[in-house]
Design a protein around this ligand. Structure first.
Ligand code: ZN
Ligand code: ZN
Length: 692
């Protein structure tokens, strides 16, 4: 969109020289974003790191001015640029020729959108010095990943230019194994809280939870901006919204891939990508400083089932005029070669099901709708009935059937309650829980706690999704339990049952070659995966400085020349934990307590004290949960009672008034030390003092 964009497309890799210094990674400021990964870090650290990051924010806001004469130049230059952009955009719109559908959606919560004709006077506000620094300094495009760059999950990226903000995806992340009782984690939206007037819209690439899961939590605090996404994704988002009754009604628009949506300074176009869920899209985001291609999650399956291949032609067309930056899926960047085609996966499935004598129980993600669709087709081929169990699985299958994505003969789907009316070899059960989640259906089946499904020798269980890093141990013990029962366990590693939804290394190269971007911003993955992706780009000739590997919350900036850099500015990106329906109320203190309980258990001390004399009455009652087995530790309990008696005598010796809080905390601290000396464990100690 800048002048440079109108030039002939050129290969950027070799030609671009840069003198910019690469910013060193800031370890201290990254503390805020990684904190809960270290259960022992203190709350104080956490606060400090937050402050330091907001401090940087303020500093960087003041840093820019370098003389008044330049300011004026800057203004004129900016104005010219604006005009150029608008003419350009108009030309582009006319250019689109046989696919001319220019859809201009009015900006709903703000007034500085570009109209379809020329320079809209509303745009001038940002050139007015009275509007503060933003107008004086050279405007930069800011890309701020709020999540998804240090994990597979909670994807959310902010694009900010002047007073316009668009957001791509709002996902959640499943907790690590040591985050007890946390349902999931969502990105931190604090940076956006006082900028809600600037948010023009949210684009959602597809219906997986790591891309839509935080919508119910964030939309209401961000002023309920409009959402643009595919039709199927829209249905999934709306279905999930049913669980959040007090949320505002979503303004959600289904797009199709020919649309062009202009929101403030951003023009967004779409392309179809193939992934493990239908209706996935990537985005071409046109900004005043250049175009960004955002792939979402994708792979290049040339023979997908029930879906079209990733639209290479369209991507090439969108990239024709030069791409400033490619933001590309890194989930499988460390895996060589190409991903397996869904067609091959289907053959594998077919094989397993044909050979199974008993019931087949397939645990998978409810969102892998492509996979679910296969199973239904194969079930019909072998005359099996399909029973679906698990809340999210049922919901997604219902949506997919309603939208015609899963087509089944009448009678193929049966209720889980009816499975015992059919022979064992006529049933396929599809359920959630391939990750070993505590309360998911597969876990209940494995533990013989399921109301209708009971395992027998000869049954087959298929784990058909890869294990989320961090869940390996749980899944392993789940599988052990099943094998002991004589159940055949098939895991994706054994049978290629799983073809990931993500591009492997050769496919990433293909994307890089089609788009031919000046910069690569690897997204969706742990730091290691992002690095691997960066290495791949360097291998293809991209200069090191043009690979921008950021941390969550780190601001990436593009100047008017389309040159990108990682800044030192960091916005809050630490975890927000969701526990049940509470958001963010489980802080690090609560989490640390849960970790302590899980590790060393709990030890409750109940003492009755005569409020008249301050003397203890009788012996202390002791309750242990997960700390020691009381029956085998009578000696320790006896000693503990003596110890408690001693502590109380000591702490109440000085007579009235007795400071009960002091007594309580003494029991906690002294008994903690005492028990640690005896057992090398640190249970949580709960002193209860009853005055009579
Ligand atoms: Zn996905
Ligand atoms: Zn994803």
């Amino acid at each position: 969109m800048t002048e440079s964009k109108t030039k002939k497309p050129q290969r950027h890799y070799k030609s671009s020289k840069t003198h910019e210094r690469r910013e060193p990674h800031r370890l201290e400021s990254s503390l805020a974003s990684v904190l809960p990964k270290n259960p022992r870090s203190s709350v104080k650290d956490y606060d400090k790191s937050l402050h330091s990051s907001s401090g940087q924010h303020r500093r960087s806001g003041n840093e820019v001015n370098d003389g008044t004469s330049k300011r004026l130049d800057g203004r004129i230059r900016l104005q010219r640029k604006r005009e150029a952009i608008n003419t350009n955009r108009q030309e582009q719109a006319n250019d689109r020729g046989n696919a001319p559908e220019l859809k201009i959606i009015p900006v709903s919560n703000g007034s500085n959108g570009f109209g379809s004709t020329g320079l809209n006077s509303n745009n001038m506000h940002s050139l007015n010095p009275a509007n503060g620094q933003e107008g004086i300094r050279e405007k930069k495009l800011r890309i701020i990943p709020l999540g998804g760059l240090e994990e597979v999950g909670r994807n959310m990226t902010v694009f900010e230019y002047g007073k316009d903000i668009i957001i791509v995806d709002m996902g959640l992340q499943f907790p690590e194994e040591d985050m007890h009782g946390i349902d999931y984690i969502i990105p931190n939206s604090r940076y956006l809280r006082d900028k809600t007037d600037n948010i023009r819209g949210v684009f959602v690439t597809h219906g997986h939870l790591d891309h839509i899961g935080a919508i119910p939590h964030h939309l209401r605090v961000l002023g309920n901006p409009p959402i643009y996404t595919g039709a199927m994704t829209k249905a999934i988002i709306l279905k999930r919204q049913d669980d959040y009754k007090d949320s505002p009604k979503l303004k959600i628009h289904a797009i199709n891939t020919e649309d062009y949506i202009q929101l403030g300074a951003f023009g967004v176009e779409f392309f179809h990508v193939c992934h493990s869920i239908p209706d996935a899209i990537g985005l071409a985001i046109h900004t005043p400083v250049g175009t960004i291609i955002h792939t979402g999650d994708f792979k290049f399956d040339q023979n997908p089932i029930g879906d079209k291949p990733t639209d290479i032609g369209r991507i090439a067309h969108l990239a024709e005029k030069g791409v400033m930056a490619l933001m590309s899926d890194s989930t499988d960047a460390d895996k060589p070669g190409y991903s397996i085609s869904e067609s091959e996966v289907k053959d594998n499935f077919s094989d397993i099901i044909q050979k199974s004598e008993g019931r087949v129980i397939a645990g998978t993600f409810s969102s892998l709708l492509t996979r679910i669709r296969h199973m239904v087709e194969i079930a019909e081929r072998y005359g099996r009935k399909v029973a679906v169990d698990g809340y999210s699985m049922k919901a997604n299958v219902e949506i997919a059937r309603r939208m015609g994505y899963i087509r089944a003969n009448k009678g193929t789907f049966i209720d889980i309650k009816e499975i015992n009316h059919y022979p064992r070899n006529k049933i396929i059960i599809m359920c959630t829980g391939a990750q070993g989640e505590d309360n998911a259906v597969l876990m209940r089946i494995a533990n013989e706690e399921h109301k209708y499904v009971h395992l027998e020798r000869g049954d087959t269980i298929i784990f058909s999704s890869s294990v989320i890093p961090g869940n390996e141990r749980t899944v392993q013990s789940l599988k052990d339990g099943l094998v002991k029962k004589g159940v055949r366990v098939v895991h994706y590693q054994m049978m290629d049952v799983h073809s990931g939804g993500h591009a492997k290394r050769e496919e990433l190269k293909l994307m890089l070659n089609i788009v031919n971007p000046k910069h690569l911003i690897p997204i969706h993955g742990n730091h290691y995966m992002l690095r691997q992706h960066g290495e791949t780009a360097k291998h293809l000739g991209m200069p090191e400085n043009n690979v921008l590997i950021a941390e969550n919350g780190q601001v990436i900036e593009f100047d008017q020349k389309g040159k990108g850099r990682l800044t030192k500015e960091k916005v809050p990106a630490n975890y927000v934990m969701v526990d049940g329906l509470g958001v963010g109320d489980v802080g690090n203190v609560v989490l640390r307590e849960r970790q302590q309980l899980a590790q060393d258990g709990m030890f409750t001390v109940i003492v009755v004290i005569d409020s008249g004399t301050g003397k203890q009455i009788g012996n202390a009652d002791l309750i242990s949960r997960g700390f020691i087995y009381m029956r085998n530790n009578q000696e320790l309990l006896k000693d503990s009672r003596m110890e408690i008696k001693k502590i109380i005598e000591q702490k109440t010796r000085n007579g009235y008034p007795i400071n009960w809080e002091y007594v309580r905390s003494s029991i906690r601290d002294d008994m903690g030390q005492y028990l640690f000396n005896k057992t090398q464990r640190r249970p949580m100690i709960l002193p209860v003092i009853i005055e009579v």
